[in-house]
Write a protein that binds this ligand. Sequence first.
Ligand SMILES: Nc1ncnc2c1ncn2[C@@H]1O[C@H](COP(=O)(O)OP(=O)(O)OP(=O)(O)O)[C@@H](O)[C@H]1O
Ligand SMILES: [Mg+2]
Length: 276
Amino acid sequence: MGDNPYQDDHGNKDLSLGNPKGAGTLDTTAKSGKTHPAPGEPFLIGSHMTGGYGKSGPDILHDCTIAVEKGEIAVIVGPNGAGKSTAMKATFGMLNLREGHVILDGEDITKLTPQARVGKGMGFVPQTSNIFTSMSVEENLEMGAFIRTDDFRSTMEQVYELFPILREKRHQAAGELSGGQRQQVAVGRALMTQPKVLLLDEPTAGVSPIVMDELFDRIIEVARTGISILMVEQNAKQALEIADKAYVLVQGRNGHTGTGKQLLADPEVRASFLGG
Ligand SMILES: Nc1ncnc2c1ncn2[C@@H]1O[C@H](COP(=O)(O)OP(=O)(O)OP(=O)(O)O)[C@@H](O)[C@H]1O
Ligand SMILES: [Mg+2]
């Protein structure tokens, strides 16, 4: 294990999907001319974001802030249409923000395209259309590695270790897989760029409770390698149980913010979002 270049200090010992250049260390001194975070500033923060779709669309987000620390899991919950996906898209650069900033590892990336953000270490799994259904599982993973010019086979091997069923089905069209397996393809695809932070929009949508638990276990495993996870979840209670930090969004605004435990214990959150 010791000679594995992907291993880092945060990792458990049997999985190492991290980015060797970034995932294992908080040292940001390698970059020059960047705005570095004040000590304690989150690894990724979409800060005070206001904006909507298109040039003249109404604002969907209103002074909305979401963030995640290094190697932690932050969860966003809230009612349908609250702007959870919009907040994720804004953080990934798919929305023109009228106000606010996105800071990754101390660098202001507000003006960068989504593709440039992938280059900076962001991976994004959108809520819908997150795999190429007519391509094989392995081709999906290869597509995920699109920005890489080096040999990505060891990363693919790590994805197969994380999700063994994908190895078994690697030559099958991704569209033929079950819902849970498709989500594994989507997460695996995003891991192929060796992200430092992974944005997951409803990774357990449409899967059974057992498959949801398994997916959560795998997501925890990924976080333990030092990769930060910012995730939208409709299974609010279960997601809050594994969340280091959690946000309830309501109508494009921050409703409640706290640790997962705090929100689980908050009577108002319980009554409004967790079914009492
Ligand atoms: N591409 C788009 N163009 C214009 N408006 C959009 C677009 N996508 C979403 N919206 C609007 O933005 C608002 C927030 O939608 P969003 O998809 O972010 O909510 P959500 O919290 O992710 O909901 P869900 O739980 O259903 O996934 C909604 O009013 C929606 O109609
Ligand atoms: Mg959504």
